[in-house]
Design a protein around this ligand. Structure first.
Ligand SMILES: [Zn+2]
Length: 279
C-alpha cells in the first residue's frame, strides 16, 4: 500500500506537471472506484487553473482556482503518472485528466480500492471536510514528545497500534512504525501508556527520521508502488528489521508477531519487554 513517503514522493513529482495548468477534459473508463466517478464529469472542474497540489496523510489534494478540489487516495496499489496522450492507456488506468499543455495524468488502480472525490473548499488552502478527523502530520512540529506522552496516558493497547491509528498521527504505516520502534529500542508490544516521556521523545524523533529518509530516496517499494515516472522507491534496501531474520545490532533472532492483523518484527534484545507488555 502506498504509505506517506510514497504519496509525498508522488505529490512532489506531480506538482511541476500540474501547477497553473487547466484541465480540459476528464475521461472515466469505469463507473466507480471506491466511490462513483460520475461527479468527475461536472463542468465546473474544467478550464480552471490548478492552484495547489498537496498531500494530507495519504491523500493527494489537487485544488482549482474556483475552490473545487480533487481528493485522490491510491488505495492498495494505485499509482499516478503524467504521460503524453499518445501513450497507450493501461488496462487499469480508469481516470484520465487531459491538461491544457497536451499532457495527461492517469490514475492506474488495478484493485479499485482507491478513489477520486470532488469536494468544495471553504477557502484557498483549506482542509477538505472529509479529512477533518485526521490526527497531526508526523513530520509537523505538533507531533512531538509532549503530544505523544499526553495522548498515550490512558491507552492500554500496544504502542504500535496507537501509532498506526490515523486519529492519533497520520500516515505511519506498518513498515515505518516497525523501523522506528526498533531504532527507539521500544517493543511494539508495549502498552502505549507505559512509555516514559523520554521514550516518547525518542520515538517521535525516530518516526520523523525514518519518514524523512524514505521521502529523500523516493519511498519504499514492497509491491506495486511506483513514482510518476515509473521509477521504484529504494527505501526497502535500507530496512533494518522489517522482514529480516537477524538483528543488525546484536544478531539475535528477530521475532515476528501478528498485532492488529499486521506482521510485527522486533528484536527481543534491543527492544526489551517489561512486565506490563502485551502478550
Ligand atoms: Zn538486537
Amino acid at each position: 500500500m502506498p504509505e506517506l513517503p510514497e504519496v509525498e514522493t508522488i505529490n512532489r513529482a506531480l506538482r511541476p506537471h500540474l501547477l497553473e495548468r487547466k484541465i480540459t477534459k476528464i475521461d472515466t473508463h469505469i463507473v466507480s472506484l471506491r466511490y462513483p466517478l460520475a461527479p468527475l464529469h461536472a463542468q465546473e472542474l474544467l478550464n480552471e487553473s490548478i492552484i495547489s497540489v498537496r498531500r494530507r496523510a495519504r491523500y493527494l489534494i489537487i485544488e482549482l482556482a474556483n475552490g473545487k478540489a480533487f481528493i485522490i487516495h491510491l488505495g492498495m496499489s494505485g499509482s499516478l503518472r503524467v504521460v503524453s496522450p499518445e501513450t497507450e492507456r493501461l488496462k487499469h488506468e480508469h481516470v484520465v485528466w487531459h491538461l491544457d499543455n497536451g499532457m495527461t495524468m492517469r490514475f492506474d488502480c488495478p484493485r479499485r480500492f482507491g478513489f477520486v472525490k470532488v469536494c468544495s473548499l471553504p477557502e484557498a488552502g483549506a482542509e477538505p471536510g472529509e479529512l477533518r478527523e485526521l490526527g497531526p502530520e508526523p513530520l509537523s512540529s505538533g507531533f512531538n514528545a509532549a503530544y505523544l506522552y499526553r495522548m498515550t496516558r490512558r491507552r492500554t493497547g500496544s504502542i504500535k497500534s496507537f501509532i498506526m491509528n490515523n486519529a492519533m498521527v497520520v500516515g505511519v504505516g506498518n513498515i515505518y512504525v516497525t523501523e522506528a520502534l526498533f531504532e527507539s529500542g521500544i517493543s511494539p508490544l508495549r502498552r502505549a501508556m507505559s512509555l516514559t516521556r523520554k521514550q516518547c521523545g525518542k520515538l517521535t524523533a525516530e518516526i520523523k527520521k525514518v519518514l524523512a529518509r524514505s521521502i529523500e530516496i523516493g519511498g519504499t517499494t514492497i509491491a506495486n508502488y511506483k513514482n510518476v515516472d515509473g521509477s521504484e522507491g529504494q527505501f526497502i534496501r535500507h530496512l533494518k528489521i522489517y522482514g529480516k531474520n537477524r538483528c543488525p545490532v546484536c544478531a539475535s533472532q528477530i521475532q515476528q508477531k501478528r498485532l492488529a492483523g499486521r506482521n510485527s518484527y522486533y528484536c527481543p534484545q534491543c527492544q526489551p519487554m517489561p512486565n506490563d507488555t502485551l502478550k
